[in-house]
Design a binder for this molecule. Structure first.
Ligand code: GCB
Length: 606
């Protein structure tokens, strides 16, 4: 009987939340964390998902007591039930699974997570959402046996409404997480970083009034230093909802009426803004109010644009003194996920003399973006369109657009974010150009105030380094990776290299560098020594300074990071050794080479 009821519930309820209306600024909403210990079942054969005919349980009526998402209490000892979360081990959420259990270090496949919880709603008219900061890679989410939906993409947030499914007691939340790499995924099969699996970011329940502020954007209008504009989107709005935007410190309190769909476009003038910049990261308290709620944010105001070869921040020409960062706490050798991790990375970047970081190669967690806003570092935000994505596949393009949209939705109110990056080292072809053009178009429908770029490549022709990628014409910044003295090219000659760059735009070297095992010493001619790496940096920087229109660099990379591709024993042992800092937190000699270069550039661009 119980089984029949459960099945009926499963089939009668619509899949809730598939529309994926992403809530932003979850840090300032009414939330309850679901971080902590979750039970898990490793399921390489997806036994909890498919029956023996390999048909998914959630698409049929039989055998559902074998589907792991059902909280199948059997008092009948005759019933065959072959799983029990409560007797299974636990993993910490957020966190990757690879580094929490030795058996899972190389695991790629399905793991089921389960957590039970009670929830006392503060007002019965309110609505409830479950929000995931990110799950790598594919997530299928079930609450109390009801499938809430599916999300694909390992580095962006998503949420589902659970108002009609949640109960005051004994909720049974199950997530099937699958980090299997496949050709039609973004990123695709081949990457030079660890494919950490799991619920890698915060999980929370968000409680909102019936009509609530779902999304908004607020920044200086493109081309203006005095006008603030933006949009607010209410969810489930009644006609003529009133929205007030107030910034007390600027004495702003403006009121607008939403259209029938709960959308407002607004614009107002302001005086005497203290502009946000890395040296003065001023954030203003901003309040968005309706009769239903007040939502606070802390927002910085700055302009970013290009003019010929120049990148102008608040109208002033700047040099991007950057560093690339992976979302990894190198010392733990694990996925980074909280503010403490972010602080370690950004403190090192500041010490290096940076005013800018490239968050490679996928959207990092929101903690680091918010921290960059607070402590003053500009950001390059990127989606994992990396290397050999399946550019001819329309579905793959949709996935990339989706990840791009989730990244922009989440981060568009952060002053620190100045660049949306479309891709990294993608091989030039017509389908690739079409793919990237579509992404650029999509970006511009969502935000026109940031600069658009991608890490391109150079090639060598008749003794000259050439950057002439056709897609460059659509970029605000021409960025490319080059590895002189590491993947070919001679270090002695590097400073004398000749360059031909097709576009009169700011040029940024989005990657350069080479590997060294910290503590390994020798001559400048010996690979993997700190001396070789130091010399590589000295010679590369001499070369880079002379590149026409050069306006920034982000060396590869701040810390040594885990990569299954790096198998050289003793030296690599599963680590990409191009860090300026080791995985024990020790600075290599090259760190100081970059540091003194940045001191000089800071003087030059005062
Ligand atoms: C690159 C890639 C980066 C790699 C790096 C390397 O060009 O963009 O993801 O990790 O080179 O170390 O080879």
């Amino acid at each position: 009987m119980l089984k029949t009821i459960l099945l009926k519930t499963l089939f009668l309820l619509p899949f809730i939340g598939l529309s994926q209306d992403l809530l932003i600024n979850t840090h300032n909403r009414n939330t309850t964390t679901l971080n902590g210990t979750w039970h898990y079942i490793v399921d390489p054969y997806e036994t909890g998902y498919y029956n023996y005919r390999y048909q998914p349980y959630d698409q049929q009526e039989k055998n559902s007591n074998s589907a792991f998402y059902n909280n199948y209490h059997t008092d009948n000892k005759m019933e065959l039930v072959e799983y029990d979360f409560d007797k299974s081990s636990t993993l910490l959420v957020p966190g990757d699974w690879n580094t929490q259990d030795d058996k899972l270090f190389y695991y790629e496949g399905t793991i089921w997570y389960k957590r039970s919880f009670d929830y006392k709603i503060s007002d019965t008219t309110n609505r409830l959402f479950i929000y995931f900061g990110a799950i790598n890679y594919k997530a299928e989410v079930y609450l109390n046996g009801t499938k809430l939906g599916v999300h694909e993409g390992g580095f962006t947030p998503f949420n589902f409404e659970v108002t009609s499914v949640i109960k005051p007691k004994d909720n049974y939340l199950v997530v099937k997480v699958d980090n299997t790499r496949f050709k039609e995924a973004i990123p695709t099969i081949n990457t030079d970083w660890w494919n950490y699996g799991g619920i890698t970011r915060d999980v929370k329940i968000i409680e909102e009034p019936t009509t609530f502020i779902q999304d908004y954007s607020l920044q200086l209008k493109k081309g203006s230093k005095k006008i603030i504009n933006g949009t607010v989107k209410l969810n489930n709005a009644k006609p003529n909802e009133i929205i007030t935007i107030s910034i007390p410190e600027l004495k702003i309190n403006s009121t607008f009426t939403a259209d029938g769909n709960g959308n407002v476009k607004f614009e107002f003038k302001t005086k005497k803004i203290k502009y946000w910049s890395p040296s003065s990261p001023k954030l203003y308290d901003v309040y968005i109010k309706t009769v239903h709620q007040t939502l606070k944010d802390e927002i910085g105001f700055r302009t970013i644009e290009t003019q010929g070869a120049d990148i102008l921040l608040n109208g002033k020409s700047i040099f991007l003194r950057g560093i690339c960062i992976h979302e990894e706490n190198a010392m733990r050798g694990a996925r980074a996920y909280n503010e403490a991790d972010a602080l370690i990375a950004l403190t090192s970047a500041k010490e290096l003399g940076c005013n800018y970081v490239r968050l490679a190669h996928y959207p990092h967690n929101e903690h680091i973006v918010k921290l960059a806003d607070k402590i003053g570092l500009m950001i390059w935000d990127e989606i994992p369109v990396y290397w050999t994505v399946d550019f001819t596949n329309e579905k793959v393009l949709q996935k990339a657009k989706n990840q791009l949209a989730e990244m922009i939705t989440r981060d568009k109110n952060r002053a620190s974010v100045i660049i949306w990056s479309m891709a990294n080292e993608t091989p030039v072809s017509e389908p690739r150009n079409t793919f990237l053009k579509e992404l650029i178009k999509h970006t511009k429908t969502m935000d026109t105030t940031r600069l658009i770029s991608a890490a391109l490549e150079k090639h060598y022709k008749d003794g000259i380094n050439v950057v002439d990628d056709e897609i460059g014409q659509y970029m605000d910044i021409v960025a490319f990776n080059q590895y002189a003295g590491w993947y070919g090219g001679s270090l002695e000659d590097a400073p004398f290299e000749k360059w031909s760059i097709k576009y009169n735009k700011p040029v940024v070297i989005s990657e350069f560098g080479g590997g060294a095992l910290q503590g390994l010493h020798g001559t400048i001619k010996e690979r993997w020594t700190e001396e070789y790496q130091e010399y590589l940096y000295q010679q590369n920087l001499k070369m880079i300074e002379k590149i026409p229109n050069i306006r920034g660099t982000s060396p590869w990379i701040l810390n040594d990071f885990r990569s299954p591709k790096r198998v050289l024993p003793v030296i690599q042992d599963g680590w990409n050794r191009k860090g300026l800092i080791s995985n024990h937190g020790i600075k290599k000699k090259a760190f100081f080479t970059v540091q003194s270069f940045y001191k000089k550039m800071k003087q030059q661009y005062k």
